[in-house]
Write a protein of this length. Structure first.
Length: 157
Protein backbone atom coordinates (compact mmCIF):
# COMPACT_ATOMS: atom_id res chain seq x y z
CA UNK A 1 0.00 0.00 0.00
CA UNK A 2 1.44 3.38 -0.98
CA UNK A 3 0.66 6.73 0.58
CA UNK A 4 0.04 10.12 -1.02
CA UNK A 5 0.11 12.77 1.69
CA UNK A 6 -1.80 16.00 1.23
CA UNK A 7 1.44 17.98 1.62
CA UNK A 8 2.63 16.69 -1.76
CA UNK A 9 -0.27 18.39 -3.50
CA UNK A 10 0.93 21.73 -2.12
CA UNK A 11 4.51 21.10 -3.27
CA UNK A 12 3.34 20.03 -6.73
CA UNK A 13 1.03 23.03 -7.16
CA UNK A 14 3.73 25.42 -5.98
CA UNK A 15 6.30 23.95 -8.38
CA UNK A 16 3.86 24.09 -11.30
CA UNK A 17 2.86 27.67 -10.51
CA UNK A 18 6.46 28.81 -10.24
CA UNK A 19 7.48 27.01 -13.42
CA UNK A 20 5.13 29.30 -15.32
CA UNK A 21 6.42 32.50 -13.68
CA UNK A 22 8.75 34.54 -15.81
CA UNK A 23 10.19 36.52 -12.88
CA UNK A 24 11.13 33.71 -10.54
CA UNK A 25 10.17 32.80 -6.99
CA UNK A 26 9.94 35.07 -3.98
CA UNK A 27 11.01 34.56 -0.38
CA UNK A 28 7.39 33.69 0.42
CA UNK A 29 7.44 30.99 -2.28
CA UNK A 30 10.61 29.52 -0.78
CA UNK A 31 9.06 29.57 2.72
CA UNK A 32 5.95 27.78 1.40
CA UNK A 33 8.12 25.16 -0.31
CA UNK A 34 10.10 24.66 2.91
CA UNK A 35 6.93 24.07 4.92
CA UNK A 36 5.59 21.64 2.31
CA UNK A 37 8.85 19.64 2.39
CA UNK A 38 8.82 19.58 6.21
CA UNK A 39 5.21 18.34 6.15
CA UNK A 40 6.06 15.60 3.64
CA UNK A 41 9.10 14.61 5.73
CA UNK A 42 6.93 14.33 8.87
CA UNK A 43 4.61 11.97 6.99
CA UNK A 44 7.05 9.98 4.84
CA UNK A 45 10.34 9.53 6.70
CA UNK A 46 8.72 7.73 9.66
CA UNK A 47 7.00 5.41 7.16
CA UNK A 48 10.41 4.61 5.61
CA UNK A 49 11.96 3.99 9.04
CA UNK A 50 9.07 1.75 10.12
CA UNK A 51 9.15 -0.23 6.86
CA UNK A 52 12.85 -0.89 7.54
CA UNK A 53 12.17 -1.93 11.14
CA UNK A 54 14.20 1.04 12.32
CA UNK A 55 13.77 4.41 13.94
CA UNK A 56 14.64 8.02 13.25
CA UNK A 57 17.54 9.19 15.42
CA UNK A 58 17.58 12.87 14.43
CA UNK A 59 16.40 15.11 11.61
CA UNK A 60 17.30 18.58 10.37
CA UNK A 61 16.44 20.85 7.50
CA UNK A 62 18.40 23.35 5.47
CA UNK A 63 18.31 25.23 2.19
CA UNK A 64 20.55 23.94 -0.60
CA UNK A 65 21.99 26.50 -2.98
CA UNK A 66 22.55 25.95 -6.70
CA UNK A 67 22.89 27.99 -9.82
CA UNK A 68 25.75 29.34 -11.83
CA UNK A 69 26.42 32.68 -10.16
CA UNK A 70 23.93 34.37 -12.46
CA UNK A 71 20.85 32.34 -11.58
CA UNK A 72 20.00 31.81 -7.89
CA UNK A 73 18.43 28.38 -7.36
CA UNK A 74 17.45 27.01 -3.98
CA UNK A 75 15.58 24.05 -2.58
CA UNK A 76 14.79 22.85 0.89
CA UNK A 77 16.00 19.50 2.15
CA UNK A 78 15.22 17.50 5.28
CA UNK A 79 17.88 14.96 6.27
CA UNK A 80 17.15 12.22 8.81
CA UNK A 81 19.48 9.69 10.37
CA UNK A 82 17.68 6.34 10.46
CA UNK A 83 18.99 3.35 12.43
CA UNK A 84 17.88 0.09 10.83
CA UNK A 85 20.04 -3.00 11.24
CA UNK A 86 20.41 -5.63 8.53
CA UNK A 87 18.80 -3.79 5.61
CA UNK A 88 20.04 -3.74 2.05
CA UNK A 89 19.44 -1.47 -0.94
CA UNK A 90 16.41 -3.48 -2.09
CA UNK A 91 14.80 -3.12 1.36
CA UNK A 92 15.36 0.65 1.20
CA UNK A 93 13.83 0.78 -2.30
CA UNK A 94 10.79 -1.15 -1.02
CA UNK A 95 10.49 1.27 1.93
CA UNK A 96 10.54 4.25 -0.45
CA UNK A 97 7.77 2.59 -2.46
CA UNK A 98 5.81 1.99 0.76
CA UNK A 99 5.98 5.74 1.39
CA UNK A 100 4.58 6.41 -2.09
CA UNK A 101 7.72 7.14 -4.12
CA UNK A 102 8.59 5.61 -7.48
CA UNK A 103 12.13 4.25 -7.28
CA UNK A 104 14.10 5.70 -10.20
CA UNK A 105 17.56 4.55 -9.09
CA UNK A 106 18.74 1.53 -7.11
CA UNK A 107 22.47 1.21 -7.65
CA UNK A 108 25.76 1.22 -5.73
CA UNK A 109 25.65 5.03 -6.07
CA UNK A 110 22.41 5.25 -4.09
CA UNK A 111 18.68 4.70 -3.96
CA UNK A 112 16.40 7.51 -5.21
CA UNK A 113 12.63 7.78 -5.31
CA UNK A 114 10.45 10.51 -6.81
CA UNK A 115 6.89 11.66 -6.35
CA UNK A 116 5.70 14.77 -8.14
CA UNK A 117 7.93 17.67 -6.97
CA UNK A 118 9.67 15.65 -4.23
CA UNK A 119 12.63 13.30 -4.23
CA UNK A 120 13.90 11.00 -1.51
CA UNK A 121 17.31 9.37 -1.52
CA UNK A 122 20.08 7.73 0.43
CA UNK A 123 23.41 6.07 -0.11
CA UNK A 124 23.40 2.28 0.22
CA UNK A 125 23.04 1.24 3.88
CA UNK A 126 26.22 0.83 5.92
CA UNK A 127 26.52 -0.38 9.49
CA UNK A 128 22.77 -0.05 10.05
CA UNK A 129 22.70 3.72 9.56
CA UNK A 130 21.07 5.62 6.69
CA UNK A 131 20.94 9.32 5.96
CA UNK A 132 17.62 9.79 4.23
CA UNK A 133 17.28 13.06 2.28
CA UNK A 134 13.87 14.40 1.26
CA UNK A 135 14.08 17.36 -1.13
CA UNK A 136 11.73 19.77 -2.79
CA UNK A 137 12.04 21.13 -6.30
CA UNK A 138 14.65 23.73 -7.23
CA UNK A 139 13.19 27.24 -7.24
CA UNK A 140 14.75 30.05 -9.26
CA UNK A 141 14.72 33.01 -6.87
CA UNK A 142 14.28 36.68 -7.63
CA UNK A 143 17.17 39.02 -6.86
CA UNK A 144 17.30 40.27 -3.30
CA UNK A 145 15.92 37.20 -1.50
CA UNK A 146 18.17 36.87 1.57
CA UNK A 147 20.34 33.78 1.89
CA UNK A 148 20.03 31.75 5.07
CA UNK A 149 22.30 28.72 5.26
CA UNK A 150 21.41 27.81 8.83
CA UNK A 151 20.50 24.29 9.82
CA UNK A 152 17.39 23.73 11.92
CA UNK A 153 16.12 20.69 13.78
CA UNK A 154 12.98 19.12 12.30
CA UNK A 155 10.59 17.21 14.55
CA UNK A 156 9.29 14.18 12.68
CA UNK A 157 6.93 13.41 15.55
Amino acid sequence: MTRRPAAVAGVALLALALAGCGGGATGEDLAASEEAVRAAAREDIPVVAEALGGEVQEAWGEVEFGGDGIVDRRRYEVTATVRAAGVDADAVAAAFEEAGYEVVQNSPAGIVGEREALSVGTAPPQDGTLRVNLRGAWLELDDGVPRDASREPVDLG
